[in-house]
Design a protein around this ligand. Structure first.
Ligand SMILES: CC(C)(COP(=O)(O)OP(=O)(O)OC[C@H]1O[C@@H](n2cnc3c(N)ncnc32)[C@H](O)[C@@H]1OP(=O)(O)O)[C@@H](O)C(=O)NCCC(=O)NCCS
Length: 198
């Protein structure tokens, strides 16, 4: 298919995005109960998409054929677990003010927190890219739309100096597994699940 463009989602796309997102959840729910939708799916899907979009922490690209959205991708940057910043020492008068007192207290707390055996402070970590969702309408599949959405996203990450990109795919999702393989993704970590008492 040649008649589509990849572009960032705008406010006017939120309704269509919510519908695509709901369809995506329905498809995934067949393989993974974590995706089973809430009791008020249309409303919740729109609320979720609108909030994610407005917060700006996640980004959306859409494939648009001029009359409707054919697919979307949602992605974000996962910042490295940064060590607590050290407050800078300011020069000036030494009189005791509430501001000074608060800064001294926060300095003390930050030093204490840095020694706390929590993984946030234990590892330096690296900033990575995360692909949260990718969905193409069933009727528009195998026409290169998924490929173009992912390529555009990888370019966004590369432009920000982020080489490593993570995602999760359910093993039973054959199309998904094959697709990511074709895109050059390799298995890295396995999620194991116990089905519960039989
Ligand atoms: C996975 C998905 C996004 C692929 O989108 P798409 O637009 O059809 O992908 P493309 O046309 O760019 O396919 C690129 C390549 O991926 C592989 N691929 C895609 N769908 C496949 C399928 N059903 N079976 C086997 N390989 C497949 C092929 O190698 C294909 O290249 P080819 O058509 O030249 O053989 C789409 O099937 C989808 O939305 N699925 C439901 C949601 C989902 O599973 N998302 C990803 C899981 S995290």
């Amino acid at each position: 298919m040649s008649g589509f463009q990849i572009r960032p989602a705008g406010q006017e796309d939120l309704d269509s995005l919510a519908r695509l997102f709901a369809a995506h959840l329905d498809e995934q729910a067949g393989w993974d109960r974590l995706f089973a939708r809430s009791r008020n799916p249309a409303f919740d899907s729109l609320r979720f998409i609108t909030r994610s979009w407005q917060a700006g922490l996640q980004q959306f690209l859409v494939a648009d054929d001029g009359s409707r959205l054919l697919g979307f991708i949602r992605f974000s940057i996962q910042p490295a677990a940064a060590a607590a910043p050290r407050p800078s020492r300011r020069k000036g008068s030494r009189s005791l003010t509430w501001g000074r007192l608060l800064r001294a207290a926060s300095r003390y707390l930050l030093r204490w927190a840095e020694r706390w055996p929590d993984s946030t402070f234990l590892t330096r970590g690296v900033t990575t890219g995360y692909l949260a969702d990718l969905y193409v309408l069933p009727a528009a599949r195998r026409q290169g739309i998924g490929t173009r959405l992912v390529q555009a996203t990888l370019r966004c990450f590369a432009e920000q100096g982020i080489p490593e990109v993570y995602l999760q795919v359910v093993d039973q999702n054959q199309a998904g597994v094959e697709f990511w393989k074709k895109m050059g993704f390799v298995p890295h970590r396995h999620t194991l699940v116990h089905p519960g008492p039989s």
